[in-house]
Design a binder for this molecule. Structure first.
Ligand SMILES: *[C@@H]1O[C@H](CO)[C@@H](O)[C@H](O)[C@H]1NC(C)=O
Ligand SMILES: *[C@@H]1O[C@H](CO)[C@@H](O)[C@H](O)[C@H]1NC(C)=O
Ligand SMILES: *[C@@H]1O[C@H](CO)[C@@H](O)[C@H](O)[C@H]1NC(C)=O
Ligand SMILES: [Cu+2]
Length: 720
């Protein structure tokens, strides 16, 4: 992609962003319908969708054609599928509401065998849609144009909620007299009312057999940060297919709506609080010779020794495929066939009527790609970043563009790749060091109040670091209390007071990753390398004990269910038993956990059954293209009968097979005042790190940086 082209594209995106912003703040004044677009769990922004394809900035997408077997469906392909579905007999009188419409990826073997310039394997789409309250799952062939499979789901669970669902629910509520009375009783002006849809979870037969959402409301009076002004205790349950209210509960009329004081965080309109922090100077990294990565055919990223396919996905946010790294002889060696965030589980720890159901599964209920907004240039990603658009289908089956949804950039964060220096007493004068350069692919899902920053960071030493950062707003609960003086026992509260009349409810976040590792080929094994204490025999050594690494290869799925324990440490290796290093070690990669948290909910608590993937931090399953979503294909209101836990209850063999590694990254979140009115980023990560994959340190040849390599803009920091 040529540079000037990007400049133009970026400029147009800015204009569109401004347009969307204006539209969001001034919803159309229609007497029967004045819902705010900004809902608690906004799905897809209708204004962006309708203004998308035909807009000048996006017309090039009209000509997109797939160039790689894994390339996402293009605008022409989505249009084509819509025509096929419109002509398809069961839908010819009534077009269903499309929840997801994505590429049905070709078989792994076809993709692996495919080479540039080969014809593409047949293009197919998977469609999940809803008609008359029933979920239809279809596979559509593009050449010839035909629906090749069609089933109506009979299991539990519904597809991802769409904007239509959420708009419907809010509309239904707005036409209710009972709801009106509740709002009037709280003294909220209808013009300040912001209502959003919350997925209901699943809590037994009471709400089964219908697609429902829970609607709750906020006051946006005098603040853009309505999340900090909840109308506590008012919850409407709405059937989105029947378009009717199932129930309204209103238990919090005596709880005040927290004030707007200090809630505004917008740079332009906030009133800054007194602060003595001197401003730091703006900083930027420059590459005088330009970036050293390329993006070929829109989706294939090549950088240093890495090559991988990267695409936006409506549900997973982004998918990394066919990640390969160059070996010593220059050949690309396979590391991972496919990696993505498969599910996000966020249970809030409050059993209240208005809170118990807040046990979100954000990927399957809202979609990490569907909620990924345009990145903020210069702030979300550095100046030299490359941006990728998402091309998705909306609920009416038409394509729309999610502009600048993923960014890719090379990073030098001032870190060291390797180093050594010698104390001069021995006679050596050695000071040798290499800077660490990495490549980052980044995407941010704004799932309502919360922002999830996903980074896939590739390093030249073969490491892939997967990092998740959390920011955005807390989901808060209003309380009559303004101060701890008002509260006799703070341990009775479901979270700390983070502002006057505002409780930050304790909650967890779990991000479960699907990691289809293919170390030097698809057939791999999983080994636990356990550090165990050995005791010496009396008189054998002055030492009493030492640690020994004991390697145990997992035979079946049960052997690979791992709960992390600090006092029973292990390494976790995925290796290729058929491929050996120079010394005879099997070539492998290990998964290296970082900071993590485990779910402590009862295993038979309904939310935990649905999110059973969080029962263990690691699972290994045999590759099966029907087992990609850790919480199931249809997650909304599911009973948890299609999760990684139910699949692996079969205890299948996993030795020397095409296997998938599942890793869950968790956070416990006990809010504090620093999280108000918006949270500074908290992050955690894990690594995929080569283990005997290379014959030696793969970055020994890395070149040091010299003064002459770098442009000088200003003097370096001086001490006075
Ligand atoms: C709800 O109240 C608003 C504002 O008073 C009014 O315009 C609207 O007609 C009411 N709707 C119903 C269904 O009562
Ligand atoms: C709560 O405590 C604050 C500060 O001590 C006090 O000003 C306020 O009156 C108390 N409110 C109630 C409802 O007791
Ligand atoms: C693949 O997964 C589906 C869904 O879990 C299951 O029905 C099927 O039996 C699995 N196939 C194999 C070979 O395990
Ligand atoms: Cu949190």
């Amino acid at each position: 992609m040529e540079k000037p082209y990007y400049r133009i594209q970026i400029f147009i995106f800015i204009t569109v962003a401004v347009f969307i912003f204006a539209y969001t703040r001034n919803p159309p004044q229609n007497p029967t319908f004045t819902p705010p677009w900004a809902t608690t769990k906004t799905h897809r922004n209708p204004s962006r969708r309708s203004s998308s394809i035909s807009d000048v900035g996006y017309t090039h997408h009209l000509r997109d054609s797939p160039l790689h077997p894994l390339d996402p469906l293009t605008v022409p392909e989505i249009n084509n599928i819509r025509s096929i579905l419109s002509a398809y007999e069961p839908f010819s009188s009534s077009f269903p509401m499309v929840s997801t419409l994505t590429l049905y990826e070709p078989e792994k073997s076809q993709v692996r065998d495919w080479k540039t310039c080969d014809p593409l394997p047949p293009r197919r789409a998977s469609v999940t849609c809803v008609l008359d309250g029933q979920t239809h799952l279809l596979t559509v062939d593009l050449d010839p144009s035909v629906v090749t499979s069609h089933v109506v789901s009979i299991g539990s669970g519904y597809p991802m909620l769409t904007t239509e669902d959420q708009t419907t629910a809010v509309n239904v509520l707005y036409s209710s007299v009972e709801f009106n009375n509740s709002i009037l009783a709280r003294g909220v002006d209808f013009n300040d009312l912001v209502c959003g849809c919350s997925s209901p979870g699943w809590f037994g037969p009471y709400e089964e057999g219908k697609r429902i959402v829970k609607v709750q409301c906020f006051s946006s009076q005098n603040t853009p940060n309505y999340y900090m002004r909840p109308i506590e205790g008012l919850t409407a349950t709405v059937d989105v297919d029947k378009r009717e209210i199932v129930e309204i509960t209103d238990t919090g009329r005596d709880i005040p709506i927290p004030k707007e004081t200090n809630t505004n965080y917008l740079y332009k309109t906030r009133s800054p609080f007194p602060d003595t922090t001197p401003e730091t100077n703006p900083m930027s990294m420059e590459q005088r010779k330009g970036p050293s990565f390329t993006v070929e055919n829109e989706h294939t990223v090549k950088w240093a020794n890495w090559v991988f396919h990267l695409k936006p996905d409506i549900r997973a946010g982004m998918i990394i495929s066919q990640a390969k790294i160059r070996g010593e002889n220059g050949e690309y060696r396979s590391v991972m066939y496919k990696g993505f965030a498969s599910e996000v589980f966020v249970p809030y720890m409050d059993p209240d009527q208005a809170w118990y159901f807040k046990t979100y599964m954000d990927a399957g209920e809202y979609g990490l790609g569907a909620t990924a907004m345009t990145l903020v240039e210069l702030n979300d990603c550095p100046r030299y970043a490359y941006y990728m658009d998402g091309v998705f289908a909306s609920a009416d089956g038409r394509p729309y563009i999610q502009p600048n949804m993923i960014c890719i950039f090379e990073r030098y964060a001032g870190d060291i790749g390797w180093r050594h220096s010698e104390i001069p007493v021995i006679g050596f004068d050695i000071r040798e060091s290499r800077p660490k350069m990495t490549l980052v692919a980044r995407m941010v899902a704004s799932v309502g109040n919360y922002d999830y920053i996903f980074d896939w960071e590739f390093q030249t030493d073969g490491v892939i670091r997967i990092k998740v950062g959390l920011s955005g707003m807390l989901l808060v609960k209003a309380t009559p209390y303004e101060n701890l003086n008002n509260i006799s026992n703070t341990n009775d509260m479901t979270g700390p007071l983070v502002s006057e009349n505002v409780i930050g409810v304790v909650h967890d976040h779990y991000i479960s990753f699907h990691l289809d590792m293919d170390i030097d080929g698809p057939d791999n094994s999983f080994a636990k390398v356990n550090l165990v204490k050995e005791e010496t025999l009396p008189g054998q050594s002055p030492r009493k004990s030492y640690l020994k690494a004991i390697r145990k290869v997992a035979k079946t799925e049960d052997d690979a269910k791992i709960q992390l324990k600090l006092y029973d440490p292990s390494e976790f290796h995925v290796f290729n038993p058929a491929r050996r290093s120079r010394l005879g070690n099997p070539t492998g990669y290990k998964i290296v956990p970082g900071g993590n948290a485990a779910s402590l909910l009862d295993h038979d608590d309904p939310p935990q059954i649905r999110a059973a993937v969080t029962n263990n931090q690691i699972w290994v399953t045999p590759h099966n293209r029907s087992e990609e979503w850790a919480g199931g294909l249809l997650v909304s209101q599911s009973k948890g009968d299609d999760t990684v836990a139910t699949w692996s209850a079969r205890n299948r063999e996993i030795e020397n097979k095409d296997i998938v590694l599942w890793y869950t990254l968790g956070f416990h979140h006990i809010p504090c005042q620093e999280d108000f009115p918006l949270m500074p980023v908290v992050s955690s990560s894990f690594e995929l790190r080569p283990v005997n994959f290379f014959d030696r340190n793969p970055i020994l040849n890395a070149r040091p940086t010299f003064e002459k390599d770098l442009p000088v803009c200003f003097a370096t920091a001086r001490s006075y």
